[in-house]
Design a protein around this ligand. Structure first.
Ligand SMILES: *Cc1c(COP(=O)(O)O)cnc(C)c1O
Length: 371
C-alpha cells in the first residue's frame, strides 16, 4: 500500500449524484448502479455499502470474481454479472450472483447446470445486441429464446436488456433511435409471449439517461454518472465530484542551474529552482504522459507542474514560487474539471483515468468537514 497517497471518496457527492439522476426518472423506474472495475477505480465495497443504504435496486459488475468480493463483504443486493464465463457458473451460483446470458451456448450451459443443481427460479438476464456489436443475442433470436425459456422452473428470466453504442453523441441520434426501436420490438415479443413472468427491461446508461429519457423502460444502468461525470459539461456541472487523489511532499530540494531532475536527466535546471518529491507514480495511476510539464498538482491551491518523467512510485514538481514544506498536502485532482483536463492530456476519457488508479492507493471515505 502507498500510505501517503489516498483516494478520498465523497459519500455526500455520491448521494447528490444519485438524487440528481433519480429526479430525471419516472418514480417507478428502477435503478441499477454499475460498480465494475473497483467501482470505476474507486472502491466497490465502499460504493456498494453506500448504495445499499440508498436503496438502489440492483448492482452490476463485469466479472464473477468482482461479485464474489461484494458477497464476501456482506453485500446482499441483487448483482448482475455482465460478462460471466461458463467456467465460473458454479462459483457464480454459490454466491447467488445473477448472470447475463448473451449467447445460446451460455444460456443452454446455464440451464444444464441449473437443472443438475436442481435450482429453483434462479434469476438470469438476457442481453440483446442492437448495434454495439459487443455482447448479446441477435434481435432475430427472440422467439427461440422465448421457446427455450418456456416452462423452465430452474431459472427465471429477471431482465432483458441491451446497451447503446453512442448515447453521448447526438450526431448519432438516428442510430441510437434505431437501437431503441429494435429494443421496443424485442420487448413487444416478450410481452406477447405466454410466459407469466414479466421481466424488467433496461437499456440506458448514464448518457442514455441524459439524452434519451423516453427510453428508460423499467430500469436504468447508471455508471460514470454516479462518480460525477455525464459526458456533457452542462450536466457534469450539476453533479458533484466524488473522487479526490491526494498525497504529500516527501522531500524538497533547491537546485542550481546546470543540475537535472529525474531519470534520463530530462529536466534541465536553468535557474535556481525549488522542487518537491511526491510519493505517487505511474504505478499508482499517474500516467507518464502527464510528466514533463504536461500536467500539474496543486499545493496550497497553487499549480506545481510535474517536471521530468513520472517515475514508477514518485514524481517531482516545481514549487519554486510556492511557500511549502515537507509533509504538506498535494492534490493531484479534486474536481471533475481537473479530471477531464488530465484525461484530455492523456488522450483518454475520465472512465480510463479513474480506473487506472491502482490498488496500491489507499481508499478512504472523505471526512465530513462539519463533524
Ligand atoms: C459499463 C456499463 C454501463 C454503465 O455505463 P456508463 O456510461 O458508465 O453509465 C451500463 N451498461 C453496461 C452493459 C455496461 O457495460
Amino acid at each position: 500500500m502507498n500510505n501517503a497517497t489516498i483516494l478520498e471518496i465523497d459519500k455526500s457527492a455520491i448521494q447528490h449524484n444519485l438524487t440528481y439522476f433519480k429526479s430525471k426518472l419516472k418514480k417507478d423506474t428502477l435503478i441499477l448502479v454499475v460498480i465494475k472495475a473497483f467501482a470505476y477505480g474507486s472502491d466497490a465495497i465502499i460504493l456498494a455499502n453506500i448504495l445499499k443504504k440508498e436503496k438502489v435496486d440492483y448492482l452490476a459488475v463485469a466479472y464473477t470474481e468482482e461479485g464474489v468480493v461484494l458477497r464476501k463483504a456482506g453485500i446482499n443486493l441483487p448483482i448482475i454479472v455482465l460478462h460471466p464465463q461458463i467456467q465460473n457458473f458454479k462459483i457464480l451460483i454459490q454466491n447467488y450472483l445473477e448472470p447475463n446470458l448473451y449467447t445460446k451456448k451460455t444460456l443452454l450451459q446455464f440451464i444444464d447446470i441449473a437443472n443438475s443443481l436442481k435450482l429453483k427460479k434462479y434469476p438470469i438476464h438476457i442481453k440483446f445486441n442492437t448495434g454495439l456489436n459487443r455482447l448479446g443475442f441477435k434481435t432475430s433470436d427472440v422467439s427461440e429464446i422465448i421457446m427455450i425459456l418456456k416452462n423452465k422452473n430452474t431459472i427465471a428470466l429477471k431482465s432483458v436488456f441491451s446497451h447503446l453504442a453512442a448515447s453521448e453523441d447526438l450526431n448519432e441520434k438516428v442510430f441510437t433511435e434505431n437501437q431503441i426501436t429494435s429494443f421496443k420490438e424485442i420487448k413487444k415479443k416478450f410481452d406477447a409471449s405466454t410466459n407469466p413472468n414479466k421481466p424488467i427491461f433496461h437499456l440506458l446508461n448514464t448518457s442514455g439517461i441524459v439524452n434519451y429519457l423516453e427510453a428508460q423502460f423499467d430500469m436504468v444502468r447508471l455508471g460514470i454518472g454516479i462518480y460525477g461525470f455525464a459526458n456533457e459539461d452542462k450536466i457534469t456541472k450539476k453533479l458533484q465530484n466524488v473522487l479526490c487523489l491526494k498525497s504529500i511532499i516527501s522531500q524538497i530540494h533547491i537546485l542550481k542551474k546546470g543540475e537535472t531532475v529525474g531519470y534520463n536527466r530530462i529536466f534541465k535546471i536553468t535557474q535556481l529552482t525549488k522542487i518537491a518529491t511526491i510519493p505517487i507514480g505511474h504505478a499508482d495511476g499517474v500516467s507518464r504522459q502527464l510528466g514533463n510539464k504536461k500536467s500539474y498538482v496543486t499545493i496550497h491551491n497553487q499549480k506545481a507542474y510535474i517536471i521530468g518523467n513520472v517515475c514508477m512510485d514518485i514524481l517531482m514538481v516545481d514549487v519554486t514560487t510556492i511557500n511549502c514544506q515537507e509533509g504538506d498536502i498535494v492534490v493531484v485532482f479534486d474536481s471533475q474539471k481537473k479530471i477531464i483536463e488530465m484525461s484530455k492530456t492523456m488522450n483518454t476519457i475520465p472512465y480510463e483515468l479513474l480506473t487506472m488508479i491502482s490498488q496500491r492507493v489507499n481508499r478512504v471515505l472523505k471526512k465530513n468537514k462539519y463533524i
